[in-house]
Design a protein around this ligand. Sequence first.
Ligand SMILES: NC(=O)c1ccc[n+]([C@@H]2O[C@H](COP(=O)([O-])OP(=O)(O)OC[C@H]3O[C@@H](n4cnc5c(N)ncnc54)[C@H](O)[C@@H]3O)[C@@H](O)[C@H]2O)c1
Length: 281
Amino acid sequence: MSDSSFPNSVSSPSKRPQGTVRYDNSGRVVLVTGGSNGIGLAICRYFASSGASVLCADIVEYPDLNEERVHFLRTDVSLESDCQHAVATAIEKFGAMDVLVNNAAIQPPSSYVRVEDLKADDYQRMLAINFSGYTFMAKYALKVMRAQRSGVVINISSGQAHRTTRGVPVYGPIKAANILQAMQWGVEYARDGIRVVSVSPGAIDTPLVRASLEAQGGERELANRHPLGRIGKPEEIAAAVLWLSSSEASFITATDLQVDGGLGAFGAFADPYAMPPIDPS
Ligand SMILES: NC(=O)c1ccc[n+]([C@@H]2O[C@H](COP(=O)([O-])OP(=O)(O)OC[C@H]3O[C@@H](n4cnc5c(N)ncnc54)[C@H](O)[C@@H]3O)[C@@H](O)[C@H]2O)c1
C-alpha cells in the first residue's frame, strides 16, 4: 500500500471503545490491611462491590460504616498478636481466607533524610509496619490457605522498590524487600494452590503522597515525571489487585507488576517532558 492510499482519517481515540472487565468475587473472603484510606480503601470497595466479604484491618476506622460487605477490625499490623487476631477474626466471621492484601505502610515526612539523620523511632516504626507487618499477616494467612489448598497473597510494594532517589534510606529498601517476600512466599507455596505476587505503584493520589507532595516538587512536577502525564488513582491499583487475585491470573505467581504510568521505563538520562501549561481552573 502506498502512503497516499493509507487512510488518514480515524475517529478520535477518546471515542473508541476501551473494553471493560467485570469481576465476580461472590463468596470470597478478603483481608486488606490499611484499608481505611487511599489505595487500601479502593481495594476494599472494589472487592466489596464485586461480592466479596472483606475484613479491613487498620488502626483507624473504616469510613463507609454503612457498607455491609466490609467488616472493620482495629488492628496494628506491627503487632504479631494483632495480625494473628485479624486472620482468626476473618475465619470466625466468614469461614475462610481467600485473599490477603498486605497494604498498610507508612512513610513519615520526617523520614525523608540522609541515613545519618534518621530518627530511631521512624526507622523502627517503618520496619515494624512496612516489613514485619507483611510477614506476620502472611505467617497466619498462609497457614490457613495451605489447609484450604487455595489462596492469593498480594503485597503492595512501590516503584521505589525498583529505583531510588535522595532522602529515602529506609522506605525504598523495605519496599524492595516486599517484592522479595512475595517471590519467596510464591516459590515456597506454589505447590499448595497458593499464588503470591506484588504490585508496585507509581505516585498515586492518596493521603500518604499528599503528605509529601511539596517535598516531591508539587503535584504538576510529580505528575509530569510519569510518561502518562498524571499521578494515578487508587482505583487503578485496586483494578490490578482484583485481576491478579482472580482466576484470570492463574499462571502468575512469585513476580511483581508495576502499575506506574510508565514511570519505571523512563530513563533518568532522558530529556524531561516539557511541563504542561498551568490549568487556569
Ligand atoms: N500513594 C502512593 O503513591 C504509593 C506509591 C507506591 C506505593 N504505595 C504503597 O501503597 C500502600 C498504601 O499507601 P497509601 O498511599 O494508600 O497510604 P495511606 O497513608 O493513604 O493509607 C495507609 C493506611 O494504612 C493504615 N495504617 C498505618 N499504620 C498502620 C498499622 N500499624 N496497622 C494497620 N494499618 C495501618 C493507615 O491508617 C491508613 O489507613 C503502602 O504500602 C504504600 O507504601 C503508595
